[in-house]
Design a protein around this ligand. Structure first.
Ligand SMILES: [Zn+2]
Length: 143
């Protein structure tokens, strides 16, 4: 089956075809999903096109410009990522220096201590909770 060309569909939408051609196209549209979908798309585009204002065109151009700016932004971000990797290696180098001087060891001790304190408070909190739970059961028995 040969599909209807877009130009012919547009001509059909604009009613520029002879009655015979219109019938041919309509017959094909009834039988062919691809062409009827395409016909609906063109019809929609035609509707938009008819109601397009200068403002709309300006909006579209503004949108395209924004997308171009975004694309530039993304590529600059990629550069930034490369720099971050550089910083990472710099930081890794510094870590080795800190470890050698024992400074890093001191920092590890500090964080471990903090962890213990946090864990301790969580345990205390859980104990409080279970106390509440037992008190609740006891209270329930009293009543
Ligand atoms: Zn078709």
């Amino acid at each position: 089956m040969t599909h209807i060309h877009n130009e012919r569909l547009n001509a059909y939408i604009d009613q520029q075809l002879s009655e015979q051609e219109e019938i041919e196209i309509e017959t094909h549209l009834y039988q062919c999903d691809t062409c009827s979908d395409q016909y609906l798309l063109l019809l929609e585009a035609e509707d938009i096109g008819a109601s397009v204002s200068d403002q709309f065109t300006d909006d579209v151009i503004a949108k395209i410009n924004r997308q171009l700016v975004q694309t530039n932004y993304i590529s600059s971000q990629t550069n930034h990522r490369k720099q971050t990797i550089k910083h990472f290696w710099l930081a890794a180098g510094l870590t080795i220096v800190f470890t050698l001087t024992g400074l890093f060891q001191g920092m590890i001790n500090m964080t471990t201590e903090q962890d213990f304190q946090e864990r301790g408070s969580i345990t205390a909190h859980l104990l409080d909770k279970s106390n509440d739970f037992f008190n609740h059961i006891k209270g329930g028995r009293h009543e």
